[in-house]
Design a protein around this ligand. Structure first.
Ligand code: SF4
Length: 349
């Protein structure tokens, strides 16, 4: 099949500068504990952390602990350190090896703007649609769309047709322990694949809108691709030279595709260092329940409720704090511990 563009090498200086402007104030805040506040009145987390859209993986992190998500923004250097420590890169190399297995001709395309970067995802998506229609396995399939008023982006690990003709979504999870995950971790994984299905199904049902995509991603429709991306698009036979034209093309491809909604959701757990299979799990898709959960998660991002941390009195939950990089400074945890101590001393009297 056609080779998929694998990787971007650099984005232009303007983007780096913008990223720096966003991050720097939070880093300064994190050096001064007295200025760290978990929620700000009249400012939702979406506004406070300059979020125009969410990644599906952010919901999974949120299902673990919302206070940890907030600290991740306030103390980004600690989050980066944790990601390095938990060997995300090892898991990433297994993902990359699999992707290269499916696309041995994957090539590197240099991108210069945000439009280029998002266009590359859409080009990959456009290429994968016919492969999926033909019943081939595809990897790293981008999904995007609006759920409950919030724009989401995600990348599905694997989509394939089973022998019985079901369209299966499979998500690979790597684990440092050679065992299946604790229910608290599995909860986030089930949420992730459920939301991927909502996004994928709405894409094949034609719910994606051009204006939404441009509006939420804050992209310029008339921005021409960088020279390398233009060459890449031409090589694939795509006539689009601007982001807006590419979006139009994608919408036509989706409209005329015969893709069906996803039938089955699976999680595949592998040992991080050896790559050995630990086990597979099938995830039940309960749409009503999932949408209700999603509404509650989004209520946090919209600032309609306070963030919730770990219930330190629940033995099934409390252990999360022991492996959290913010444990020492976590105000939620400190306040809950004080409350528990006060309750305990009242009962003792
Ligand atoms: Fe959440 Fe516990 Fe970490 Fe605080 S210490 S951020 S409550 S996991």
């Amino acid at each position: 099949g056609q080779s998929l563009a694998k990787k971007e090498e650099r984005i232009d200086g303007q983007i780096k500068k913008r990223g720096h402007k966003v991050v720097a104030p939070f880093e300064r805040l994190s050096n001064n504990r007295s200025t760290v506040t978990l929620s700000v009145p009249d400012q939702s987390p979406m506004e406070r952390f300059s979020k125009h859209h969410l990644n599906v993986t952010q919901l999974c992190e949120q299902s673990w602990c919302e206070i940890k998500v907030v600290y991740g923004f306030l103390k980004p250097h600690m989050k980066r350190r944790e990601m390095r420590r938990t060997a995300v890169t090892t898991g990433a190399s297994i993902h990359l090896a699999r992707e290269l297995e499916a696309n041995p001709d994957a090539m590197t395309v240099v991108v210069h703007t945000r439009e280029d970067r998002e266009a590359l995802k859409l080009i990959n998506l456009i290429q994968m649609v016919p492969a999926l229609e033909a019943g081939q396995l595809v990897r790293e399939f981008p999904v995007l769309g609006v759920l409950d008023g919030v724009f989401f982006l995600g990348v599905v690990d694997e989509l394939y047709c089973s022998k019985s003709g079901d369209l299966v979504l499979s998500e690979l999870k790597t684990r440092s322990h050679n065992s299946l995950p604790h229910p608290a971790q599995a909860k986030g994984h089930s949420l992730q694949v459920g939301v991927y299905k909502l996004l994928f199904d709405s894409m094949v049902h034609g719910s994606m809108k051009r204006d939404q995509l441009l509006h939420f991603l804050k992209l310029r429709p008339h921005q021409a691709f960088g020279s390398e991306l233009q060459r890449y698009a031409q090589k694939l036979g795509l006539l689009a030279v601007t982001f807006g034209e590419l979006v139009d093309h994608l919408l036509v491809v989706l409209h005329f595709s015969n893709l069906q909604p996803i039938d089955k959701l699976c999680l595949e757990y592998r040992h991080q260092s050896s790559g050995v299979l630990i086990g597979n799990r099938e995830v039940e898709f309960e749409e009503t329940q999932l949408r209700a959960e999603l509404r509650d998660y989004l209520a946090f991002w919209r600032g309609e409720r306070e963030p919730h941390g770990v219930d330190i009195e629940d033995i099934e939950e409390a252990w999360k704090c022991r492996m959290c990089p913010y444990e020492e400074s976590c105000e939620w945890r400190r306040n809950r511990l004080q409350e528990v101590m006060i309750d305990g001393s009242k009962k003792a009297k």
